[in-house]
Design a protein around this ligand. Structure first.
Ligand code: GAF
Length: 386
């Protein structure tokens, strides 16, 4: 269970016998459209959400980082700064800290010894990027304490490197970049090749509703890495750097070119990039009907071509769709194989969506869904510093 900031300060004081004024925050995210496009150098349209990871920190004058994790029964880790960084064999959370430390050191950044207390309320294992929020908050913490200014994009890349090279998931840049660059009240269209970000105002008349299916996301790492390899094979076949460089005309009759599975993976990414650009335009024009269609097509493509949805998620999407129709949009969000559905819901229908899920989902799947109404939020920040 996460702590309030006041409780985290109390934990910091009791654990390290010291107080601190350094407080850093980074949010989780939800992706409105553009799934599995980021590692293909494509486009995504996420927003940061009002669920955050908080880090309190102070320099300790030692050549050592000491960490207490409030959300893991106050487990502790210690990371000497003058030794090769090894994996923590028992605590997965500690490997995100170690991964960020290693990634910064590999960039030649000389870190200072410090004490950290960490807590957050981003739902874990739900596909809302709790790990990216942790990585980005830590990147901001370590670089600030070391007085080594780093851009938010570079902090995001540092988090991605930790994920790819230390934790072992070949994820793209979306999660870390939106955690770093989120804008209150806006979604952000990200070009994952140039890392350019464009804010797109969210429509006033829609609530951002996240529905956690609570399906345990088993196999997600290996399936994710398999999808990535299939996309790379598709790009290699066409002789392009990434699938971003193809459009529907360029892929031609794809089933003559590639085996069935690779063809469908490529088709998902190529069409999803086009849908994401169209969705950003529809959002900017307050064209909810078009946005609704694009989100529906995106879900179908993830289900049929990319094969990353599961039955409870498909059920939730059609249930919500039957309530909101083309007054809003709904699709699976995130890496897949469980996790969450995102819906843009007219305010007057939010209560109905909640009620119908509570009344129908448990009896079909023996699971309870969690429903969060979120605010598109600002990205990472130094909340306080001395
Ligand atoms: C996960 C990854 F971490 C992201 O980089 C992205 O690929 C996403 O799955 C799918 O769009 O969240």
């Amino acid at each position: 269970m996460s702590l309030t900031v006041a409780e985290l300060h109390q934990l910091f004081s009791s654990h390290f016998s010291a107080t601190t004024d350094f407080h850093f925050r980074a949010p989780g995210r939800v992706n409105l459209i553009g799934e599995h496009t980021d590692y293909n150098d494509g486009f995504v349209l996420p927003c940061a959400i009002n669920f955050d990871t908080h880090v309190l920190a102070r320099k300790n004058g030692l050549n050592l980082i000491r960490v207490v994790a409030a959300d893991y029964a106050n487990q502790v880790d210690e990371i000497p700064l003058d030794q090769v960084i090894a994996h923590h064999l028992d605590y997965q959370w500690a490997n995100y800290v170690r991964g960020v430390v290693q990634s910064l050191q590999r960039q030649g950044i000389s870190l200072v010894g410090c004490d950290l207390a960490i807590s957050g309320n981003v739902p874990q294992g739900a596909g809302l990027s709790s790990s990216a929020a942790l990585e980005v908050a830590l990147g901001l913490t370590f670089t600030t304490l070391a007085e080594q200014a780093m851009s938010l994009s570079q902090i995001a890349l540092t988090g991605q490197q930790a994920e790819n090279h230390f934790v072992g998931c070949n994820s793209g840049i979306m999660d870390q970049l939106i955690s770093a660059q989120g804008q209150a009240g806006n979604a952000v269209l990200i070009d994952c090749r140039s890392l350019e970000c464009h804010a797109v105002a969210m429509p006033q008349e829609l609530s951002v509703v996240i529905i956690n299916s609570n399906v345990k996301r088993g196999l997600v790492g290996s399936e994710y890495n398999t999808r990535r390899a299939q996309c790379e094979a598709g790009a290699a076949h066409y002789g392009v750097k990434a699938l971003r460089d193809l459009d529907t005309a360029a892929i031609g009759n794809i089933f003559d070119e590639l085996d069935d599975v690779t063809a469908r993976r490529v088709r998902h990414v190529v069409t999803e990039n086009a849908r994401t650009l169209a969705a950003a335009k529809a959002l900017a024009n307050d064209d909810i009907r078009t946005l609704s269609q694009l989100m529906a097509q995106s879900h179908a493509s993830m289900r049929d071509d990319f094969e990353i949805t599961v039955a409870p998620i498909d059920y939730l999407v059609s249930l919500v769709d039957s309530i909101i129709g083309n007054r809003g949009g709904v699709r699976m969000t995130g890496g897949g194989f469980g996790g969450c559905v995102v819906a843009l819901v007219p305010h007057d229908l939010v209560a109905d969506v909640k009620a119908q899920i509570a009344a129908n989902y448990p009896e079909h799947f023996g699971l309870m869904a969690d429903v969060f109404v979120c605010q598109p939020s600002a990205g990472a920040e130094i909340v306080t510093q001395p």
